[in-house]
Design a protein around this ligand. Structure first.
Ligand SMILES: Nc1nc2c(c(=O)[nH]1)N[C@H]1C(S)=C(S)[C@@H](COP(=O)(O)O)O[C@H]1N2
Ligand SMILES: [Mo]
Length: 324
């Protein structure tokens, strides 16, 4: 994702191309010591983070979980090494190469706060939440708005099960997802052009659709930090930016949430962001996608191929508001 125009709060275009932007300190670390040593140097620089990284993941023993064969896909799964090293996680930088930097995020203890228009507001420890949920594995496609895609075996549970736990009130129309805020370990959050924390949103109908999935694992293991551990969502019919990672708070509300990307560039990134090859991004076509790994270009499908589940949620397939 990158943004186009210089506003008061933006840097120059040249500084906003994902493949090229590093904060000065990161550029120094990478350049001076080489990528292999960057995590070590970061760890020295941020001792607390390095210590947190030593903590073994207490959910590791829960995986692998049983695959739900209902959600199968027509293409090869992406190699684990590709899906876990080519990431979008702007909290840790604007390049795809953030998997080492993301290890600095402490993911235990991790509390999820559920609040807003619900009968059961609560703050629940992530591992306690896991114990209450029936975990399953689903193979899902993932289509980034940048026109690359992957296919991954996620582990987790239906978002609808979490909604049930919260017991939304009749006024609740939307869910607002808020990701962690910790600029001490996430250098991207020092960059003032982004309105941190990462925010995303769904309608209640979308959140309770059977496809909407809380992700806690991948490839039969606990989720790595770079993929959004311990708690992210997967919404395979939407562009990838809707699938927020590192979530800590879910607020039920009567107002349509404004996501981080939408807040930054509303002409390019909207609320619904359903995949549709017929609607171009203002700066590139969405007709096809580059498959991570093989590099092959394949046609993009309406709703990323998930129309049978979700098309009924959107009354007008010609309305651009649903497709960016
Ligand atoms: N908190 C947070 N969540 C995020 C992002 C991010 O920058 N921060 N990037 C999004 C985008 S654009 C994509 S494509 C996916 C990437 O997920 P992956 O790294 O597991 O492939 O995460 C999404 N969720
Ligand atoms: Mo994305």
């Amino acid at each position: 994702m990158w943004i186009r125009k210089n506003r008061g709060w933006e840097l120059k275009d040249s500084a906003l191309t994902p493949e090229h932007v590093f904060r000065n300190r990161r550029r120094f670390l990478m350049g001076a010591a080489g990528a292999a040593f960057a995590p070590m140097l970061l760890a020295c620089e941020k001792k607390a983070a390095a210590e947190s990284d030593m903590t073994p993941d207490p959910s590791a023993g829960l995986y692998p979980v049983k695959r739900n064969e209902k959600y199968t896909i027509d293409r090869d799964l992406t190699a684990e090494g590709d899906a876990t090293t080519y990431n979008n996680y702007y909290e840790f930088g604007t390049s795809k190469d953030i998997s080492a930097a993301a290890q600095a995020l402490p993911i235990r203890p991790w509390a999820i706060t559920i609040d807003g228009l619900v009968d059961k507001p609560q703050t629940i420890d992530f591992d306690d939440l896991l114990k209450q949920m029936a975990l399953e594995e689903r193979n899902y496609r993932h289509r980034c708005v940048e026109a690359w895609s992957m296919a991954v075996p996620w582990s987790g549970f239906p978002l609808a099960d979490l909604v049930k736990l919260a017991q939304p009130q009749s006024g609740a129309k939307f869910l607002r997802f808020e990701s962690f805020m910790n600029a001490e370990v996430a250098p991207g959050q020092d960059d003032p052009i982004y309105p941190w924390p990462y925010i995303e949103g769904l309608t209640l109908a979308e959140a309770t659709n059977e496809l909407a999935f809380v992700v806690t694992g991948i490839y039969g293991k606990a989720l790595p930090k770079q993929n959004g551990a311990p708690f992210r969502i997967a919404l395979p019919w939407k562009y990838g930016f809707k699938s927020a990672k590192g979530i800590q708070r879910i607020t039920f509300t009567d107002e349509q949430p404004v996501g981080l990307w939408q807040a930054l560039q509303s002409s390019e990134y909207g609320f619904y962001a359903n995949v549709n090859p017929a609607f171009s991004h203002p700066r590139w076509s969405q007709e096809s996608e580059r498959v991570l790994g093989s590099g092959e270009r394949v046609p993009t499908q309406l709703f990323n191929g998930y129309g049978e589940y979700v098309a009924g949620l959107y009354p007008d397939l010609n309305d651009r508001n649903f497709f960016y």
